[in-house]
Design a protein around this ligand. Structure first.
Ligand SMILES: O=C(O)c1cc(=O)[nH]c(=O)n1[C@@H]1O[C@H](COP(=O)(O)O)[C@@H](O)[C@H]1O
Length: 285
């Protein structure tokens, strides 16, 4: 079963909400945990325990594990294995991208049949050209994995590059990439590739959503970066069924006790489900 189908299954039965797992120095400190591998492990365990049964998708950001070298990557592997035992989908947020031969190695690392991490999906950057990503995209298509290409990111610094016009094409870089994604998915007859569209971009996203042709959309930026679940209505009302709302820092903003964490995940998971079902969003964030 391909990634998009697996996503729709868990989104329908539990929620489309994706829990970002970002064990940064600041969050470990706020949690009263040491800024080392043991702290990272406890952080991941607490989040998985608190969200047990409420959430079906996690997105670890690899940088927060890489900073501890090989030991940190072992913690990432441990998290992925724990998630898999619980039946969660893992979107590896690694934002990879390079020339095609190197992309083939990234595919082996994260998605291929002998992959160490064996993630369900991977985030990638297309600055070296959409075509350079083909080895990753082909592996994803062959093994039922998903890819999210950054289109319009949630941070303000992304706009000048992402909205620049492509020569000889009447579209922006982001729009051009969205068209390439849709064309690839049509060729493969499955929604292998999705796009990252920041929830902070607001209602300027309608055109991008249209170009995505029902490919999945990963939407970060809710909570800490200022977007709210209510904002999704303006930006993504034509993408209810394909949206994967994700949040990392906002989940832990009120502390790390199991009950508090669980209450917040419960709320976000419910809000994401309401959005998917077009039921309106109850609370503000
Ligand atoms: O791909 C991402 O997840 C991503 C894309 C983007 O445009 N902006 C963005 O913040 N992210 C990731 O989302 C996480 C931050 O989410 P918050 O803590 O909820 O703000 C980090 O791991 C970022 O790498």
């Amino acid at each position: 079963m391909d990634f998009a189908t697996r996503f729709h299954n868990v989104a329908d039965t539990i929620s489309p909400f994706c829990l970002g797992i970002d064990p940064s120095t600041a969050l470990l400190d706020a949690a009263g945990l040491p800024d080392d591998c043991q702290g990272v492990r406890s952080f991941c365990e607490r989040l998985l325990q608190a969200s047990d049964g409420l959430n079906s998708i996690i997105k670890p950001q690899i940088a927060y594990f890489e900073r501890f070298g090989a030991d940190g990557l072992l913690e990432l592997k441990r998290l992925v294995d724990m998630a898999r035992e619980k039946g969660l989908l893992v979107i590896m947020d690694a934002k990879r991208g390079d020339i095609d031969s190197t992309c083939a190695a990234y595919a082996q690392a994260y998605l291929g049949p002998k992959s160490y991490f064996n993630a369900d999906a991977l985030t990638v950057n297309a600055y070296m050209g959409f075509g350079s990503l083909l080895p990753i995209l082909d592996v994803a298509a062959e093994y039922g994995k998903g890819i999210f290409v950054v289109l319009m990111s949630s941070n303000p610094e992304g706009a000048p590059i992402q909205t620049a016009l492509v020569q000889d094409a009447e579209t922006t870089v982001a729009g051009f990439l969205a068209e390439q994604i849709a064309a690839f998915n049509i060729r493969k007859e499955q929604k292998v590739i999705g796009g990252v569209l920041g929830a902070t971009i607001g209602d300027r996203l309608a055109d991008m959503v249209a170009r995505m042709d029902n490919g999945l959309i990963l939407a970060p930026g809710i909570g800490h970066q200022g977007a709210t679940f209510a904002d999704l209505e303006a930006a993504f009302c034509d993408a209810r069924r394909t949206l994967v709302p994700t949040m990392a820092r906002g989940i832990v903003r009120e502390g790390f006790s199991g009950n508090v964490l669980r209450a917040i995940v419960h709320e976000k998971s419910a809000q994401a489900r309401s959005f998917r079902n077009g039921e309106g969003i109850v609370a503000a964030t």
